[in-house]
Design a protein around this ligand. Sequence first.
Ligand code: LMR
Length: 329
Amino acid sequence: SVIRRGLVVVGTALALAPHAFAQAPIVIKFSHVVANDTPKGKAAEFFAKRAGELTKGRVKVEVYPNSQLYKDKEEMEALQLGSVQMLAPSLSKFAPLGVKEFEVFDLPFIFDDYNDLHKVTGGPVGAKLLKKLESRGITGLAYWDNGFKVMSANKPLRAVADYKGMKMRIQSSKVLDAQMRALGALPQVLAFSETYQALQTGVVDGTENPPSNLYTQKMHEVQKHVSVTNHGYLGYAVVVNKKFWDGLPGDIRTALSKAMTEATKVANDTAFNDNQDSLAKVKASGKTTVYSPTIGERFQLKKALVPVHKQLASRVGDETIQDIYNATG
Ligand code: LMR
């Protein structure tokens, strides 16, 4: 009815009135390259919600998932230019900024499990690494977990010899390049957003991912075989443009730090199960054969890959590698 509609209009006007006089919120554009339904996607959404609540609407976080705004390399540049304020790139993506130490996280078999990893990301070694970003105009706020990687291709990858001559998509990390070469594979750097198509069209034969990324990008639909090698780790550093962060009012920064602490818990509490679920879904899809290497096969893989630590020490830094060995015992 006209009366009802009239009431709605008046009600809406009243509801909007206080905002009309309030200051415009501080907008934080948070860009990332994975799906919403991933540990990073969920944690970003959670952070956006809590940032709004804890600042009573003075901050509005806009999350742009799935490379909607920027691909891998572009998002780093956008952060430094201030076109976006926040990102959570994988740790493998910081070396192009000149902070090569971050590639230490890519070293195959450097962490046995999440427990080992958290001794680094939750301790002084992790904090020291984040500090190195400051000179690049970036402030590191937190580490967010994803998970341990599986290998995939259209043929079974069991023995080391199976990797020979395979074109494998990697992130832009020299450690990952060396890792694939140590297996006799041919690494190819591609943006995350381009990977599905490259696999589909045969530009590359295979890739490595935590199961959550493999599944949410539907890569299993174009990869007939997955090998649960858990040979390396992929996780994130949540970063902000330093100038933007330092310029925020102190109380806002405090509230956002609290929201970040809570969001970090969301990421890290969901990462393990999320990856387990994704692997189960890949299996259940019936499109991909999921293979768990035998102890012997995994040992051979480890034997082939651990020399990458020494080989890349001059790039990643002896001291950084030693720091990680010491932290993880
Ligand atoms: C990749 O490029 O494979 C990952 O860094 C994507 C991501 O953000 O998890």
